[in-house]
Write a protein that binds this ligand. Structure first.
Ligand SMILES: [Zn+2]
Ligand SMILES: [Zn+2]
Length: 339
C-alpha cells in the first residue's frame, strides 16, 4: 500500500492529488479542480476544468456567473466512479449544503477521503452524509471544541416560532447565510408547520430560486425589500447577517433581531452582533459529531484542513488515531457566516 502522504500533497494552491493530476477545492485558477461544494472558500473562480456534483455546478455557475465556474465543467453523480490518471475517484454526499460531496480517492491500495465541510444532522434540503471507510480521512474542524454541541434543530425553530407568537406586532428578522442556511431555515420552518409567507432580503432570492429549480420546494417566498412596514408585522424575514445589523433592518416594524449559526452557542458573539434571539443552527458537525465520524470511517489517520485542529487531534490521539494539521490557506473565510 502506498500511503496517501506520498500522493496527496499540500501545495500553495491547496490539496493536490499527484497521480490523478487534480486539486480539491483549490485557491486561484488551476488546470483541474474537484470542488466539494459551492461555498466561496471552496468553489473559486478561474479554473480550467471543474468536476463537481450537478447541483454544485449549478450553484457555482449561479454565484460566479456563466463561464467563470470552470472553462469546462464535468458533473459527477454520487457513487459514480471515474478514473483520473491512475486514481479511482468517486463522491458521496457530505450533508452540508445542496450538492455538497466528499471526494474519495483510491491509489495503489490506499484510500483517502476529503470530506470538505460536512454535518450529520438531517437536512431537508440536501442528501445525508455517507461515511466512507478509509485510510486517511481529511476533515474540517470548524466546531472542534467540546463547548460546541448543537441542540436539536426543532428546538431552535420552536424558539423562533414561540417568539413570533409572543410578539405579533414585531418583525422577526433572521440573519442567515445565503447558500444553505437560508434554504434549510425555510425548510425547517415548513416542517414545523409555518406555511405562511417567508420574506426575503434581495440578496437571498437568487439562490432560493436555484434550490427550487433543483427540486427543493420552499413554499411561499416574497421580497421583503418592497414590502410595506405594516405588512411585515408578525412576519419572518430572512436576510444576510450583514444586512441584519445595518440600516436595512431598522426600517422593519420593531424588529426582533435573530441569527442562525453554530457560533450562536457563544453568547458573547450574539451580544456583540446585536442579536436578541440567537438560534444555534449549524451546517457543520459539532464536537460529538466530528469525533463520531472519525470513529465511524475507521481511519487510522486524520488530516485536519481548517478550524480548531488541536483539540480534535488530541481527542482522536487518545483513541489511537494519528492526527495531522494541514493548515490549508483560504478556508473558513466564509464559514463564520455560513456556519
Ligand atoms: Zn461550506
Ligand atoms: Zn468551508
Amino acid at each position: 500500500m502506498t500511503h496517501p502522504e506520498s500522493w496527496l500533497r499540500v501545495l500553495p494552491q491547496g490539496l493536490f492529488c499527484e497521480p490523478g493530476d487534480f486539486f480539491i477545492d483549490p485557491l486561484g485558477g488551476v488546470d483541474r479542480a474537484i470542488v466539494t461544494h459551492a461555498h466561496a472558500d471552496h468553489a473559486r473562480p478561474g479554473h480550467k476544468a471543474v468536476l463537481a456534483s450537478p447541483a454544485t455546478l449549478a450553484v457555482m455557475t449561479a454565484r460566479l456567473g456563466e463561464g467563470r465556474a470552470g472553462e469546462s465543467q464535468q458533473a459527477l453523480r454520487a457513487s459514480e466512479v471515474l478514473t483520473l490518471g491512475e486514481v479511482r475517484v468517486w463522491m458521496e454526499p457530505a450533508g452540508h449544503v445542496l450538492g455538497s460531496m466528499q471526494v474519495a480517492m483510491e491509489y495503489r491500495g490506499s484510500r483517502a477521503v476529503v470530506s470538505g465541510d460536512y454535518k450529520r444532522r438531517a437536512d431537508p434540503t440536501c442528501d445525508p452524509f455517507v461515511p466512507i471507510p478509509c485510510d486517511v480521512f481529511v476533515t474540517e474542524a470548524t466546531f472542534a471544541l467540546p463547548v460546541f454541541r448543537h441542540p436539536p434543530d426543532d428546538l431552535e425553530i420552536g424558539k423562533l416560532l414561540a417568539s413570533v407568537a409572543l410578539f405579533p406586532e414585531r418583525t422577526h428578522v433572521v440573519g442567515c447565510y445565503a447558500l444553505g442556511k437560508c434554504q434549510r431555515l425555510i425548510a425547517l420552518l415548513r416542517l414545523a408547520g409555518w406555511d405562511g409567507p417567508i420574506w426575503l432580503h434581495g440578496a437571498l432570492a437568487a439562490l432560493c430560486e436555484v434550490y427550487e429549480r433543483l427540486g427543493v420546494q420552499l413554499g411561499d417566498l416574497r421580497p421583503a425589500t418592497v414590502a410595506a412596514k405594516e405588512a411585515l408585522k408578525g412576519a419572518i424575514v430572512l436576510a444576510p447577517p450583514s444586512a441584519v445589523a445595518d440600516r436595512w433592518a431598522r426600517r422593519l416594524a420593531d424588529p426582533v433581531v435573530c441569527a442562525a449559526s453554530g457560533w450562536m452557542r457563544v453568547r458573547q458573539r450574539a451580544k456583540t452582533g446585536g442579536v436578541e434571539l440567537p438560534l444555534v443552527i449549524s451546517d457543520h458537525a459539532d464536537w460529538d459529531e466530528l469525533n463520531a465520524t472519525v470513529d465511524e470511517v475507521g481511519a487510522p489517520e486524520i488530516w485536519v484542513t481548517h478550524g480548531r485542529e488541536e483539540a480534535l487531534i488530541h481527542a482522536v490521539g487518545l483513541r489511537g488515531v494519528r492526527g495531522r494539521p494541514l493548515r490549508l490557506l483560504g478556508y473558513g473565510e466564509e464559514d463564520d457566516a455560513a456556519a
